[in-house]
Design a protein around this ligand. Structure first.
Ligand code: PEP
Ligand code: MG
Length: 326
């Protein structure tokens, strides 16, 4: 790591006029937490991609195996929040033992929460494991691919049932595990004023939100030139999500790749986001820029770009305004 980045590890992500943002880590296994915290200064975990526990195996991990992994991650967050995303399989991540039938459009198919809600045998052990891990620190359950309120209601029902089962089994669990959703479909972004009344937080998953909003396959290089976080349509959905969160007094974060772009981070902060989650090595460079700007100039830039009609103009403006500070 560059020396100037190493010096930032213990400093807060705070603007020159005292506004703080939480910079947290995206992880694939519980073993990633320690380095994220110690080496890169992550203030917790904003996205634990739990599906990696399910991959490369011949069957789903049982409750105990998951509990040990989540407990370790939660403990290593050392009092900060550890957001555990429920299994997000399907789309680009297959899982042989689930026997997902061949689909014409796997990204629009039976994936993520859709699988969990139809496979209680897979989902219940995961929910129980997260509730148990919550005893050892601060844990949150985060649902991917939400498109309608009934999905949230069904998960709440399952969480309630999980607590009854845990009580019967005499296993300690936390009653204060937050429940949030990823905003990664256009429907979810549009419905955030409704969803905000039913969940504890939003985390914007731009990797998928961009794909679904722009109808651009995130893994197809033929159309990658169209895949743009600064497309005004995408920015409008992001702003709507953050506004809905703030109006309803819940918190909003981002765990898609966009959060690791320092100039995007400044704009998101101006929109009122409270947490940015990224691969841990990106934390220092995002922090470095945040510490060089004021909230006042970030807001001015945000207001300017929200009036712009072309992503190219937005990027040129941000480069001019903040490029020399990076
Ligand atoms: C996202 O979609 O932005 C996200 C963080 O999830 P994943 O990349 O795992 O789909
Ligand atoms: Mg996603």
């Amino acid at each position: 790591m560059k020396k100037r980045y190493a010096e930032l590890t213990s400093l807060p992500a705070e603007t020159t006029d005292g506004h703080k943002v939480m910079l947290v880590a995206n992880i694939s296994t519980h073993l990633d937490v320690e380095a994220a915290v110690t080496n890169f200064g992550a203030e917790g975990v904003g996205l634990f991609r739990s599906e990696f526990l399910f991959m490369g195996k011949s069957e789903a991990p049982d409750e105990e195996t998951q509990f040990q992994a989540y407990k370790d991650a939660v403990e290593k967050c050392d009092g900060n929040l550890c957001v555990i995303r429920t299994m997000d399989i399907g789309g680009d991540k297959p899982l042989p033992y689930l026997n997902i039938p061949k689909e014409e459009n796997p990204f629009l198919g039976w994936r993520a929460l859709r699988i969990c809600l139809s496979r209680r045998d897979i989902f219940m052990p995961q929910v129980k494991a997260i509730l148990r891990a919550g005893v050892y620190g601060k844990a949150a359950i985060m649902l991917p691919m939400v498109i309608r309120l009934s999905e949230i209601d069904k998960v709440k029902q399952i969480v309630a049932e999980a607590k009854v089962l845990l009580a019967q089994e005499n296993k300690p669990f936390s009653d204060s595990v937050q429940l949030g959703i990823m905003v990664e479909t256009p429907a979810a972004a549009v419905m955030t004023p409704i969803f905000a009344k039913h969940v504890d937080f939003f985390s914007i998953g731009t990797n998928d939100l961009i794909q679904y909003t722009l109808a651009v396959d995130r893994v197809n290089s033929n159309v990658s030139y169209l895949y743009d976080p600064f497309n005004p349509g995408v920015l409008a959905l992001i702003k709507r999500t953050i506004d809905s969160a703030n109006e309803n007094k819940i918190w909003a974060g981002m765990c898609g790749e966009m959060a690791s772009d320092p100039m995007a981070a400044v704009i998101l902060m101006a929109m009122g986001i409270t947490e940015l989650s990224m691969s841990a090595p990106s934390i220092p460079r995002v922090k470095e820029l945040i510490r060089k700007v004021s909230m006042a100039e970030a807001k001015e830039a945000m207001n300017k770009i929200m009036e712009m009609e072309h992503a190219s103009d937005i990027k040129e403006y941000l480069q001019e305004k903040f490029g020399s500070k990076k």
